[in-house]
Design a protein around this ligand. Structure first.
Ligand SMILES: *Cc1c(COP(=O)(O)O)cnc(C)c1O
Length: 471
């Protein structure tokens, strides 16, 4: 499904689906605050700035392509999530909930330190992510380990370090983690990840709660109940709760409602069968962000209230004490905080079709368009322009025709080589999924805040590439 923008003019009617395109924005210079990070704006010369520094200065210092991450925005989003889920301190039972940032969206040591300072916890799903978290000093008890096929070495490291929870994903893993914990003389806190049979309203490739998928243990057929039965019997495990993650880029809470209903149903079954009330539930991440002006994401406050209401209602109905809730936003925290800055290399007009704008990066720094048919916005940022809108496709420099960064967008018709353009909302799943395809050197991530810019992940060099090539 595409929501790309073009007025279905007769010129394009034969190649583009009719009636499917929004009109070009009234002013191409305008930067929609939903799509761009908080400190982004245009200065008096029409040049876009972030954190008080203009992009021409940033490009000169750090080169292009590069990701620029708005640190103040990142921290503000952490705080918004933290505050939203803190609940009502006046309530005696305490309604605090835990926010776990999903490290796979983007992880570096600087980011881990910001998370730590802002009071968030952290999800990791590999030895590398765990090592990064520990190297930056995140306390192990605030780390959760995920994954559908954690290696023995990964489990051992996590148990030894004392991670706060391991999320179990299969029957084999229940036994594997129990054995390792026992061998190490520990009792590991664990959750069991279940699939609740909810299809999130999003792109099929990134939905993850169909039962026909690799993650989790299905509630259906009593499999999850059996997993609980086995976990409760093992001395090496302390079963603290049930985990559910229903998908990605979700805009409404109805999917969470069904998930919470089914998870609480399982908690009730567990109570009735075993006489234990598990103290925690985790409803996962997957909350959507605005990639284009047509996306309308919910605020953390709204999400927190909706999830809390759902869990309360379900628990009241089931006659259960309300468990401690946790959520795992990744994209919703880091996604909107960064943009990718590119230099335009060529502008190729295909009359009657569209204009191809080639930039100095591509699918190696943003695979999401090719992989998920993801949509992005783009703007000319090194100057303002009053030229007519031009239907454009922003493409990379890779040897692959699917190397598209922004499938359909409007850029000013006077766009020329040397102009800088930026793609917003690339903070999540861009650098973390970047590749060396065509031996591209992966771009740096530059944190910008209060007039200061610094690389938190440096640009790769040819030396980096050749270091792995042992000849
Ligand atoms: C990917 C993932 C998340 C984060 O998803 P976002 O869409 O980035 O919010 C959270 N929890 C689990 C288990 C995940 O796999």
């Amino acid at each position: 499904m595409s929501r790309s923008a073009h007025p279905a003019g007769p010129r394009h009617a034969d190649v583009l689906p009719e009636g499917h395109y929004a009109a070009p924005p009234a002013d191409l210079n305008q930067l929609d605050p939903r799509v761009w990070s908080r400190t982004v704006g245009r200065n008096a010369d029409g040049v876009v700035t972030v954190g008080g520094i203009d992009v021409k200065t940033l490009a000169e210092e750090f080169g292009t392509p590069a990701y620029f991450l708005d640190e103040a925005d990142f921290r503000a989003r952490c705080r918004a999530w933290r505050e939203a889920f803190k609940g009502d301190a006046s309530k005696a039972e305490g309604e605090d909930a835990d926010v776990f940032y999903a490290g796979k969206a983007f992880l570096s040591r600087a980011v881990v330190r910001w998370l730590d300072e802002e009071g968030l916890n952290l999800d990791v799903c590999s030895a590398g992510e765990l090592a990064t978290a520990l190297a930056a000093g995140m306390p192990a008890e605030r780390i959760a380990l995920h994954g559908n096929n954690k290696s023995t070495a990964e489990i051992e490291r996590a148990v030894e370090e004392g991670v706060g929870r391991i999320v179990l994903d299969s029957f084999q893993e229940i036994v594997r983690v129990a054995h390792i914990a026992q061998r190490l003389g520990k009792r590991q806190r664990v959750q069991i990840r279940v699939t609740v049979g909810v299809e999130a309203h999003t792109h099929e490739f990134i939905a993850t709660a169909h039962e026909d998928q690799k993650f989790g243990i299905p509630l259906a057929g009593g499999q999850a109940a059996e997993a609980v039965r086995r976990a409760l019997k093992l001395d090496g495990l302390e079963l603290i709760g049930i985990h559910s993650h229903i998908g990605s880029q979700i805009f409404d809470t109805s999917g969470f409602e069904v998930a919470a209903h089914r998870v609480v149903g399982l908690l009730k079954e567990i109570r009735d069968e075993h006489g234990v009330e598990l103290p925690e539930i985790d409803l996962g991440g997957g909350l959507g962000i605005a990639y284009t002006s047509e996306d309308d994401p919910r605020e953390p406050q709204e999400i927190a209230k909706a999830l809390r209401d759902i869990v309360h209602r379900e628990c009241d109905t089931a006659g259960l004490a309300v468990p401690r809730l946790s959520v795992e936003p990744g994209r919703a925290i880091v996604g909107p905080t960064a943009f990718t800055l590119y230099e335009v290399g060529t502008v190729k007009e295909l009359p009657g079709l569209r204009t191809y704008v080639s930039v100095d990066g591509g699918m190696s720094d943003n695979i999401r368009t090719a992989l998920y048919d993801a949509e992005y916005s783009v703007a000319l940022v090194s100057r303002a322009s009053t030229a007519e809108p031009m239907l454009s496709r922003v493409v990379g420099k890779h040897c692959e025709s699917g190397d598209i960064v922004v499938r359909d967008a409007f850029l000013p018709a006077d766009l020329a080589p040397g102009d800088l353009i930026a793609v917003p909302a690339t903070g999540a799943y861009c650098r973390s999924m970047a590749s060396n395809y065509n031996h591209a050197l992966r771009p740096p991530v530059v944190a910008v805040r209060d007039g200061q810019a610094r690389e938190i992940v440096r640009r790769e060099t040819e030396e980096d590439l050749l270091r792995l090539d042992v000849g």
